[in-house]
Design a protein around this ligand. Structure first.
Ligand SMILES: Nc1ccn([C@@H]2O[C@H](COP(=O)(O)OP(=O)(O)OP(=O)(O)O)[C@@H](O)[C@H]2O)c(=O)n1
Ligand SMILES: C[C@](O)(CO)[C@H](O)COP(=O)(O)O
Length: 230
């Protein structure tokens, strides 16, 4: 029997840097969150979808799921104060609904341009390494700065911009989210495993797999949809 693969889509943030709920902004007429869910509903690699949304958007999201008839949606649950708390809500929900889940993909609802090839590459990488995250090489020089003064210029050849999906053996990441070290802030899920000494691999993301974060991202998003960006 093929091993189960599920995705947790986290979409419970406050969109502070955008100034309005970026998950419900129409991108060429279809809201960000719906585009993200489409990618996983259409993927042959994914069996189950768990949505984690803000409490204020819970009813509206459930209505959207009914309208769209996304057959893989297994639960729509409220998120937590931090991204990692929302992820943990999703993992706990998945543990209840799908105890035999073997692989879990954790993806930002604000990344609507994830592709079938990125999803497939992520699962293959996780099956080889138990943990793997999407990333692209940094294009700019990065400086470490404190109080407006440069502390260090890391070797750019060693620097990657991290994206999602982040893909894991389900028991491994579920245990990591419940470890004592998980109480400290972690802006991505891989960091929780790094703290426990686990190696995490990277697999190719894409420069178009952007996270909708600030107003400027909407211009790029519209260009991607219109095919002006490959
Ligand atoms: N408590 C949180 C915070 C973030 N997220 C989700 O995690 C993804 C990445 O987070 P980010 O882009 O930082 O979203 P926000 O936290 O909403 O952004 P901001 O920091 O501008 O408020 C988004 O899909 C967001 O909805 C979440 O589910 N729960
Ligand atoms: C998980 C992530 O998208 C990887 O780049 C990023 O860390 C999310 O950070 P945010 O501040 O929650 O957007």
């Amino acid at each position: 029997m093929q091993e189960k693969s599920s995705v947790i889509i986290v979409a419970a943030g406050a969109s502070r840097r955008m100034g309005r709920d970026k998950l419900w902004i129409p991108l060429a007429g279809r809201v960000t969150l719906a585009r993200t869910i489409d990618a996983f509903q259409h993927s042959s690699q994914i069996d189950n979808i768990v949505l984690v949304v803000s409490a204020e958007r819970l009813a509206e999201t459930q209505d959207l799921c009914r309208q769209e008839a996304w057959s893989k949606i297994r639960a729509v649950v409220p998120g937590g104060a931090r991204r990692q708390d929302s992820v943990c809500q999703g993992l706990d929900t998945l543990a209840r609904l799908q105890p035999d889940c073997r692989w879990v993909m954790i993806h930002d609802g604000a990344r609507p341009f994830v592709t079938a090839s990125i999803i497939e590459a992520g699962l293959l990488a996780a099956q080889e390494h138990q943990a793997a995250i999407a990333a692209v090489p940094v294009k700019d020089t990065i400086k470490q700065v404190r109080d407006g003064k440069i502390l260090d210029t890391p070797d750019r050849s060693l620097l990657w911009t991290v994206q999602t999906p982040q893909v894991f053996s389900f028991p491994l990441i579920h245990q990591a989210h419940h470890s004592p070290l998980a109480s400290d802030d972690a802006t991505d899920d891989a960091l929780l495993l790094e703290r426990l000494g686990h190696q995490v691999a990277i697999f190719p993301g894409s420069y178009t797999n952007i996270k909708i974060t600030t107003q400027e991202d909407l211009l790029f998003a519209e260009a991607c949809i219109k095919g002006q960006v490959e």
